[in-house]
Design a protein around this ligand. Sequence first.
Ligand SMILES: [Zn+2]
Length: 428
Amino acid sequence: MSNESAMSSDCIRADARVAGEINRAAVLDLLRRQPVTSRVALARASGLSKATITQIIEEFTREGLVEEIGPGPSELGRRPTLLRFNPQARTAVGVELGEDACRAVLTDLGARPLRTAVRAGRVLAVEEIADLAAALLGDLPAGRLLGLGLSTPGGAALPSSGPAEPELKQQLASRLGVPVAVVSPAKAAAVGEAWSGVGREADHLVYIRIGREITAGIVARRRLYPSAFPGDGQLGHLTVAPGGELCPCGNDGCLQAVAAGPALLTRIRARLRARGVHRLAGPPRPGGAAALEELGLADLAALWEQGDPAVREVLQETADYLGIAVAGLVNLLQPEMVVLGGPVITALPMLVSAVEAAARRRALSSLASEVRIVPARLEPWAAAVGAAAVLLSEVALPTARPDGAAGPTGHVIDRRTAALTGGAGADP
Ligand SMILES: [Zn+2]
């Protein structure tokens, strides 16, 4: 065989292997959504041939991912054998490197949280992340862990005091011996809510994270929308109040400059001061928020309950600004669901219905009547859970060898190949 034909047969083998992994990933995705199913139903839903489905189910059965549970209801005279998915056959770890804490979660194959761990403060060292993952894994048998998903602010660039992201990813992967995927927080949270949060029944959703910034992630056809650049969608820099507050980005009237956590607090303090209030009345939290400077998001819910006019006014304005942004997204992207999350929504859940009302007033009525605008369900774990889900969506399950030994470590599917073969894939 000439060098050239040896090389091309290597390429064909590699293509066949990648196609096989994509098919396995597609079937796994269907099993996540429909844990009790049949080979016929899987073939129909995936577009794969019955022979391919039979082979994949044989592999999955050997690997403990699927078991037969007897005949199902008859279909055209035949009763298909029902299969049951075992999502706990493998696990993934998701870690969010937040500004104030590092949150880690162990999930099953459906990204459902099994165990959680938190470390306060800013965590950037590989050793600390690896230790947190090891603590979560506990006595779980080796080989059960498929990989680790990491959510970092900015996605591509870590804060300057830490290692560069590619290095961190490489160091973590070699320390843990599993693949590592990196994703930004709002993108991660979008996938987390879609897989195991409030968006489980939605194919298309937008997640908006409202905290110190306002960012967004989009899920289309249950997959993360693959934007051209890493990092979260910068919804916070949408102009909602031209000529208004200055934003650090250099523009004026950015959504973030009026509706993010710090902006909210600044505006409420200013209104209270204008009313001659310099100290808060009753201590709404232990220790008491006395001086206005100490006012935090947690105090606002109590002040809202008390009917404080400044708080009610500013929160209504905030909801109106957020409603402008949400209506724009609804008109543009036509999602089934808009999920509101992040620290501001966690502290002030009453904002959701006000944002919903404002968005419904502004969005096209045909879309406004269809879209659901809901609070996130997984906070404050949405980004950590989503990082695990992103890892699970990108990593091919290692095929077990017929002798039952664990297969090679799974690796990240080349997404360009996945795109070329249509993701869920036609038959090889
Ligand atoms: Zn801005």
